[in-house]
Design a protein around this ligand. Structure first.
Ligand SMILES: [Zn+2]
Length: 319
């Protein structure tokens, strides 16, 4: 295991010596989506799921980007036909399909054996769609990767045995907070109110991008390739074009997760955390401590209240 890490780091360093200065300083990012077929706080119709997934795929195609999506097979356990057809769309359009457990379990509330069994179960349909290609990426639900160094290490070993690597996140934008009220307003046909939530979301996303760029330039001498985590939801289906356009105008090149994870920053160990948090925070807290994380932008308290009310409405199934 150690040997693999060292060789990855050497390979990445050797590769970098062949890059010219502008390539070396080029900003790069990989786009990832959690919760294919849908981020699961509430139930949407099969028709909505289809539309959301296809719209995300159409926008990725428009920008010529290959993304990675992490699958929750359990979300469509009652409709395996739809699950298979959605996964086939992602796969045939050249995106990579990772594992996000079958039941969206928290590792912090589950014993390792049960957790690994759930991961295996969550690969069934995906692996059938992938055919000869082997699934290789894993994203833990809630970013729960072990509360102690011991349980974190045990998870990494278990994943390694399954041929999976845990995929870190370096940028995220709390999309789920804005998505629920946005979805409610759309369903109530209050389009301009929905537009307000989308506007708030995109403003917040820019603030987060600014913060993460700043934080990573404090932590590292040159830009690191980022991994953006988005969720499969209505809000992102309708906002992805703006988000990708913003990243392009910030100077990012989009690249595959394979390429991004070759950067040595992704091989460094981190201490375990009791809460689910992105890896810029983990790396900084484990090592350099250069960033004032108290200034990381958070959604307003009103946004959280609106989110909670919207979830209640959606769960009542009134709409
Ligand atoms: Zn998830």
């Amino acid at each position: 295991m150690k040997l693999i890490k060292v060789s990855v780091a050497i390979y990445a360093c050797t590769t970098m010596t062949h890059l010219n200065a502008s390539e070396y300083h080029q900003k790069k990012i990989s786009i990832t989506f959690d919760d294919i077929p849908i981020h699961g706080e509430f139930t949407l119709s099969a028709e909505s799921l289809k539309k959301i997934n296809l719209k995300l795929l159409a926008t990725l195609k428009k920008h010529d980007i290959k993304a990675t999506g992490f699958v929750n097979e359990g979300h469509l356990k009652d409709n395996p036909k739809l699950l298979k057809s959605l996964l086939t769309e992602w796969q045939t359009q050249g995106h990579s399909l990772g594992n996000h457990t079958f039941s969206h379990l928290s590792y912090h509330k589950t014993d390792l054996n049960t957790y690994l069994k759930d991961i295996k179960k969550g690969s069934t349909t995906t692996q059938a769609v992938l055919g000869n290609q082997k699934q290789k990426f894993f994203r833990p639900p809630y970013l729960h990767a072990g509360e102690t160094n011991k349980t974190q290490h045990a998870l990494f070993q278990g994943l390694h045995q399954l041929g999976l690597s845990l995929v870190p996140v370096t940028m995220e934008n709390a999309d789920y907070v804005f998505d629920a009220p946005y979805t409610v307003k759309l369903k109530e046909k209050q389009v301009s109110m929905a537009g307000e939530y989308k506007k708030q979301y995109l403003t917040f996303t820019e603030a987060r991008f600014d913060f993460y760029e700043n934080a990573s330039s404090k932590m590292f001498d040159t830009p690191i390739p980022h991994v953006l985590m988005l969720h499969v939801n209505q809000l992102n289906a309708d906002s992805l074009d703006a988000i990708l356009t913003s990243l392009k105008s910030r100077g990012y090149l989009f690249q595959s997760l394979d390429k991004t994870l070759q950067h040595p920053v992704y091989s460094q160990p981190t201490q375990a955390f009791k809460f689910g948090i992105h890896w810029l925070f983990r790396w900084d807290k484990s090592k350099s401590n250069k960033v004032n994380w108290a200034t990381e932008p958070e959604p307003s308290s009103n946004a959280f209240v609106d989110h909670q009310q919207a979830i209640t409405t959606l769960n009542k199934g009134k709409l």
